[in-house]
Design a protein. Structure first.
Length: 423
DNA sequence: TCTGGGGTCCTAGGACCC
DNA sequence: TCTGGGGTCCTAGGACCC
């Protein structure tokens, strides 16, 4: 694949994705204030346009529950199977449009657009109508020379009534006007810390930022800041990544609805997360060189807070559940302190690498491992056949730590799936 | 009472070496 | 007065993303 034809980059992004995905199957949600909650029904992670008027992003649900009810709103627990399924279908539709696609997140993709007589704006509208027709999910499209500019175009596309969902800034005389209307903190990769650093220089907008001295930016905001600045000037520094880069780490973690203090139950939770993370790496035929475990008490209660992590590093990688659990146990023993009310634990598998090529060396050094590996393969088989969690570590009583999802939508996906299959 | 989860990249600074 | 000067590797933590 070569990108010589890429003239412009488009950023497509689903509006209020989780809420939109729910509305596809439940039209009663349309034109109402609707929010979707994070795991354990903790925070607001997606809002309909109506809900955005009075509910801030990320708000703890208990703080906004009342106002939502007063406004006749609806609330849903997150249904990740549904969103993942919907996302895959949308991305496949885009893929049919162009092979130059980078799936950036569950609801966003960058597309490389070749020169066309129709014009980029026309192409953007075409794609937008198609996604709306097939899926009923509204999207915003921003087009420009670089990812950073495409992000800005996309933002305006969604905000401005006049834009009708598509803004094309490619070689546009309006580019600086667009930058002037964008706050510096709304630039992609510019966060709170950067905003504070440039504020004393009178930098308020993306246009101000673009006009900063490159040397100053590189020195004070590191190479990443420099790239962002160049991208605002139209020089491509962040290329499209058509192949997802290999994963380096993977993590499974979670909060408890009620705190846990005893060693046994807490290690049980750690084992559950290990089980989840190991299943994930085995699926991708990866092995881990290190295991990190972390534990935390309630981070909103500063008094008597305890939180720490410990990493076990091995000189060889492993993808074996039983061996990795031993590593996790070593970590956990270092971390565990009595008399704390733990709120959250998690496991990170680090230094991931393909299993191929490392397997033989492992057995050379320890013949016992072959037995464990046969056992682990048997576990995989059974879980594949009868569903995940059928067989698991004795310490990992899966199901016990199920998260709170009290307002979940029904499982529409597989049955309705065929109806919205594309092309 | 209740406040998410899963990632990447970059840098500074220490350890160590010649 | 004054304490070599580079290098490399590793790690913790900051910053940012969705």
């Amino acid at each position: 694949m070569h990108l010589t034809d890429t003239k412009a980059i488009a950023l497509l992004d689903c509006n209020n994705f989780y809420v939109s995905a729910e509305s596809v199957f439940n039209p009663k949600l349309k034109n109402k204030p609707v929010v979707v909650l994070s795991n354990n029904d903790g925070c607001v992670v997606s809002r309909s346009n109506e809900a955005k008027k009075f509910i801030p992003m990320g708000a703890p649900f208990f703080e906004v529950e009342e106002i939502l009810e007063e406004n006749g709103g609806e609330v849903l627990s997150s249904n990740y199977e549904l969103y993942g399924d919907m996302s895959r279908r949308i991305m496949n539709t885009l893929r049919a449009y162009t092979p130059e696609i980078e799936v950036y997140s569950v609801d966003e993709a960058f597309l490389g657009l070749a020169e066309t007589r129709k014009g980029f704006d026309f192409v953007g509208r075409e794609i937008r109508e198609k996604i709306d027709k097939y899926f009923g999910v509204p999207i915003g499209v921003g087009i420009a020379e670089t990812k950073t500019l495409a992000k800005i175009a996309n933002r305006i596309a969604k905000k401005s009534e006049k834009a009708n969902g598509v803004v094309d800034l490619y070689q546009s005389p309006y580019r600086d006007i667009a930058l002037d209307r964008t706050k510096v903190g709304d630039i992609w990769e510019v966060g709170r810390a950067t905003v504070e650093k440039v504020a004393p220089l009178g930098v308020r907008t993306a246009l101000d930022f673009k006009n900063l001295d490159l040397r100053w930016v590189k020195k004070n905001l590191t190479v990443k800041g420099g790239r962002t600045l160049l991208e605002l000037r139209g020089f491509r520094c962040f290329p499209l990544e058509l192949e997802p880069p290999p994963k380096k780490n993977t993590c499974s973690s979670g909060s408890f609805s009620e705190t846990v203090s005893a060693y046994g139950p807490l290690f049980n939770a750690v084992s559950c997360h290990l089980d989840t993370a190991v299943a994930r790496i085995r699926k991708h035929r990866l092995a881990a060189r290190a295991v990190s475990v972390f534990v935390q008490t309630n981070r909103f209660q500063a008094a008597n807070y305890y939180g720490d992590s410990y990493t076990y590093k091995s000189h060889y990688p492993s993808d074996n559940l039983f061996e990795l659990q031993e590593w996790a146990r070593i970590c956990f023993e270092r971390l565990y302190r009595e008399n704390f009310r733990y709120k959250k634990v998690g496991v990170i598998l680090e230094g991931l690498m393909p299993t191929e090529g490392v397997t033989k060396r492992m057995y050379d050094s320890n013949p016992q491992k072959e037995k464990l590996d046969r056992l682990n393969r048997a576990v995989d088989e059974l879980n594949k056949k009868f569903g995940r969690g059928t067989v698991h570590l004795a310490a990992a009583q899966i199901g016990k730590w199920k998260m709170k999802r009290e307002m979940m939508s029904p499982r529409y996906t597989t049955r309705i799936g065929e109806v919205i299959e594309v092309h």
